[in-house]
Design a protein around this ligand. Structure first.
Ligand SMILES: [Zn+2]
Length: 236
């Protein structure tokens, strides 16, 4: 990674016990630790006692934009994902022709990962269909060549719905999704992404973590008398 023109005025410092510098993407445990450190040092991963929008309580909260607003930290995670994606592609003896993500976080990720892989990075926007159902579309004149091998990217994976929504327009264009890469997966059991009518594809996550939530009546933090607060809004 080349140095920025000006050094960051408030350098990020990972909490004690976390790697303080980029680590090899080949060491999944260490690199996940590094990513967790970046999420903590940027404030993207908060620990506390939170009242979530769902009404449930949680002891951790993930705000992706706290990470993505730091170009160097976001680029470091993108490099990790690009390395992993290249390894997956090499193992399957294929190349990646295009990177595609959903708005809004996916715009940044597709751009930087596309840059690292030497291909285009495009994004799909939400559009309301005639029935009122929301779907995703690649607009802005983005061209998807038939048979393009596509790496799909996203920030936080919860159910995989945002990535799944990229599939109809990609498949309609004749493209071949080959892998999906996310900054953080909240679904440890999800190791692949289903592709309708095709083989499922590998899911690459820079960090995998479960973020349990609780009904107020069953919340251990409430039971411990911890004061509760609302996490920062992601604006979505
Ligand atoms: Zn609680």
């Amino acid at each position: 990674m080349s140095e920025p023109l000006l050094p960051l005025r408030e350098p990020l410092r990972a909490p004690d016990g976390y790697p303080q510098a980029p680590v090899s993407s080949h060491d999944e445990t260490l690199s996940a630790r590094r990513v967790e450190g970046l999420l903590l040092s940027t404030g993207a991963l908060q620990r506390g006692h939170f009242l979530l929008k769902s009404g449930r309580h949680g002891d951790r909260y993930l705000e992706k934009w706290a990470l993505l607003q730091h170009p160097d930290a976001a680029a470091e995670v993108c490099r990790l994902l690009a390395d992993r994606a290249l390894a997956v592609a090499a193992a399957a003896a294929i190349e990646i022709d295009l990177v595609a993500g959903p708005t809004t976080g996916g715009v940044l990720l597709a751009y930087e990962i596309g840059r690292l892989l030497g291909v285009r990075g495009i994004f799909a926007e939400e559009v309301a269909g005639e029935s009122g159902a929301v779907r995703r579309e690649f607009r802005r004149g983005f061209h998807i060549p038939p048979r393009a091998r596509v790496l799909m990217v996203d920030d936080i994976l919860t159910t995989g719905g945002s990535l799944q929504a990229l599939l109809p327009p990609l498949l309609a264009a004749g493209a071949h999704p080959v892998a999906a890469a996310v900054v953080a997966s909240r679904s440890p059991d999800l190791r692949t992404l289903e592709v309708p009518g095709r083989e499922s594809i590998p899911l690459i996550a820079a960090l995998t973590m479960s973020l349990p939530t609780y009904e107020a009546s069953a919340c251990p933090l409430c039971a411990a008398g911890e004061p509760i607060g609302a996490p920062g809004s992601s604006g979505r």
